[in-house]
Design a protein around this ligand. Structure first.
Ligand code: UDP
Ligand code: MG
Length: 326
């Protein structure tokens, strides 16, 4: 395939996961077209992965592809979530580099040439770090900060802060990501996990140009739990430790009660303390069961060995390069 020989840094695929983005796409087309037509030293491919949109997104992409030769697309058979959509794209990249960008233009495409500059200077993973997060609530910022601090602590790998999926990955990184076949792939942690020469690139993240965010807190919590359970078994150890601690305290308390009963007789009052202990223990037990369940669930999903996504329609040079889809 063209442009895939290592060492050359000439061709870039810009991967855009889309889910109900009909409002934002026309503007994205405009800006990408300006960038791509104006570029002399880099050959761009614009790859859309439609993640089961129900609006006019697919037709917009088809129309755009029919008049622009640099466009490729994959339409997934339903909504699989941004993570899966991204990996569907990654599995089909055959250029020297890959840029992942959101359809809502929160990440300015005009920055790609500057990122490519760093890439050509030898960096393998040029990740864009937000200088500001315009248009995002205080709560979203705070929770994401806490989450990354926690993830970094429990996983023991360095997680880049204030970094999304907007980044330029060299072919090496793309090939590494393709080799990871676990079913619940959490992109942010994996980008850190693969390693290679990384460099950060500061930018101002714009508010979404049109449409509404596809995230809700439930999805984010799911992603967060996923990130942690796929990288560490620390919660299991924590459950063990809490269990051991509670048991230890219980043993001492039992001894105290026994001694008291023998020396001063049966002490009937104590309803309040009893309730507290029962409720606390019940809570700890349920929590621990839940944690075990999370891991068991992951094992279950993995053993079913289902494909991570299914492709319904495709267009462009991308053919099945050993994929499990289509
Ligand atoms: N997205 C997707 N599948 C989904 C949800 C979102 O492909 O199930 C895409 C969406 O079209 C956008 C990107 O992921 O290009 C980021 O989504 P969004 O802007 O809604 O998230 P936010 O920027 O608010 O975190
Ligand atoms: Mg967005």
């Amino acid at each position: 395939m063209s442009g895939s020989s290592s060492g050359q840094r000439q061709s870039i695929t810009v991967l855009v996961p889309c889910y109900n983005e009909q409002e934002a796409l026309p503007r994205l087309f405009d800006r990408m077209d300006t960038l791509i037509q104006g570029s002399f030293d880099i050959r761009y491919t614009l790859m859309f992965v439609d993640d089961g949109s129900r609006d006019n997104t697919r037709q917009l992409i088809r129309d755009f592809a029919s008049t622009h030769r640099y466009v490729e697309y994959l339409f997934l058979s339903r909504n699989f979530g941004k993570e899966k959509a991204m990996f569907a794209g990654i599995d089909n990249v055959d250029t020297d580099g890959l840029v992942i960008i959101d359809a809502d233009l929160q990440d300015p495409p005009e920055l790609i040439p500057q990122m490519a500059e760093l890439w050509r200077n030898g960096y393998d993973d040029v990740y864009a770090r937000r200088r500001s997060r315009a248009g995002e609530s205080w709560l979203k910022r705070a929770t994401s900060r806490w989450y990354y601090a926690l993830l970094q602590k429990v996983s023991g790998i360095e997680i880049q802060k204030d970094t999304g999926d907007f980044r330029l990955l060299d072919r090496k990184c793309v090939d590494a990501l393709k080799r990871i076949t676990e079913s619940e792939r959490n992109s942010k942690a994996l980008f850190s996990w693969i390693g290679f020469r990384k460099i950060e690139f500061l930018y101002d993240r714009d508010p979404r140009v049109a449409g509404t965010t596809k995230w809700n807190y439930l999805k984010l919590v799911h992603l967060a739990v996923d990130g942690i359970t796929s990288f560490t078994t620390a919660p299991l150890k924590m459950a063990t430790m809490v269990g051991a601690l509670v048991s230890l305290v219980a043993v001492f308390y039992a001894i105290e009660i026994f001694v008291k009963t023998v020396t001063t007789g049966i002490d009937v009052p104590g309803y309040a303390s009893m309730m507290v202990v029962i409720l606390l223990l019940g809570g700890v037990q349920l929590l621990s069961l839940g944690i075990i369940g999370e891991y068991l669930g992951r094992i279950f999903m993995q053993t079913k060995n289902r494909p991570n996504y299914l492709v319904q329609e495709r267009h462009g040079r991308i053919d099945s390069m050993g994929n499990i889809d289509s």
